[in-house]
Design a protein around this ligand. Structure first.
Ligand SMILES: C[S@@+](CC[C@H](N)C(=O)[O-])C[C@H]1O[C@@H](n2cnc3c(N)ncnc32)[C@H](O)[C@@H]1O
Length: 285
């Protein structure tokens, strides 16, 4: 079968299973199987296709049609131009979190830090820590998570993608094992921020993420509130706290900080869909 026809046939199956990006996903699967980029796939992928690839393609598409996430099937997910290993022990990273990384890099570059200290709370697969370790020339990162399995995957990603020597991995329930004497210049987190009610409405792909990475108590605000409460004690003078938040949480987060006189400034950044996505807090100038 000709490549365009093969792609169309499998993409059709995925679209019928309710996966809007069926075509893009079949392209990703074929690129993964042939170890080529998209351009090369269309230029000479057909010549490289062998029977074993067709069998693998069939198996993957069949599994994906059950709405199991493609990233878990392939064991990899792209984030900020790097291919991270993922397993069901970690949340599949989302493009919104790239915005948190951009904000973090923008802040660090705007200062003349020699070696900024960064704390990543809820490191998961390590996408934030490993990205910052690779993008910021000299820095020292503490990456914490409550899940040992997640920390193991984050460690593997740092070793595979670089930056390992800049990151200390630590099992911690939020700040429980973090040394308060460190004085971090930047504390950032993509915490769990979904309520139990919202969780029940999630698509099957997101429900495959570990629940601990998604759901927080107090109507989704519990983890954010815990981090905001403790973070000022771990922040160096001039430092910033940056958190990814849910689409409907900006007002409640603002209220939390207004009532707390340790905070001097709050900035909310919107994502490309004009949704409040990142909150930045400062305790001094
Ligand atoms: C939304 S995921 C973010 C993962 C990764 N940073 C990313 O952006 O893809 C939240 C992470 O917080 C971790 N987590 C949940 N509760 C925690 C707690 N009490 N202390 C530390 N980490 C926690 C979860 O294990 C999960 O890895």
């Amino acid at each position: 079968m000709k490549l365009p026809l093969l792609i169309a046939k499998h993409s059709d199956r995925l679209v019928k299973a309710g996966i809007d990006q069926g075509l893009a996903e079949v392209e990703i699967i074929l690129c993964h199987l042939l170890d080529v980029d998209r351009l090369k796939l269309y230029l000479d992928g057909e010549k490289q296709l062998q029977q074993q690839h067709l069998v693998q393609l069939e198996e993957i598409v069949q599994r994906r049609a059950t709405r199991y996430p493609l990233q878990y099937i392939l064991g990899e997910a792209w984030f900020y131009g790097r291919c991270f290993s993922v397993s069901p022990a970690v949340m599949v990273p989302t493009p919104e979190t790239e915005m948190l990384c951009e904000a973090a890099m923008g802040f660090i570059r705007s200062r003349e830090y020699k070696k900024p200290r960064i704390l990543d709370i809820g490191a998961g697969s390590g996408v934030i820590s490993v990205t910052l370790a690779n993008e910021i020339q000299d820095c020292s990162i503490t990456a914490v998570d409550i899940s040992d399995e997640a920390l193991e995957i984050a460690r593997q990603n740092a070793s595979k993608l670089g930056g390992e020597e800049k990151i200390e991995f630590l099992r911690s329930d939020f700040f429980s094992t973090v040394d308060a004497n460190n004085g971090f210049d930047l504390i950032l987190s993509n915490p769990p921020y979904i309520s139990e009610d919202e969780y029940r409405e999630l698509p099957p792909e997101v429900l495959a993420d570990p629940k601990i990475s998604l759901v927080a108590d107090d109507d989704g605000l519990g983890a954010i509130a815990s981090i905001i409460d403790a973070a000022p004690n771990y922040l160096a003078p001039g430092g910033r706290i940056m958190l990814e938040i849910g689409y409907n949480q900006a007002d409640r987060v603002s209220l939390l900080t207004e009532k707390d006189d340790r905070f001097r400034y709050i900035t909310i950044l919107k994502d490309l869909n004009d949704i409040d996505r990142v909150v930045i807090l400062a305790c001094d100038d």
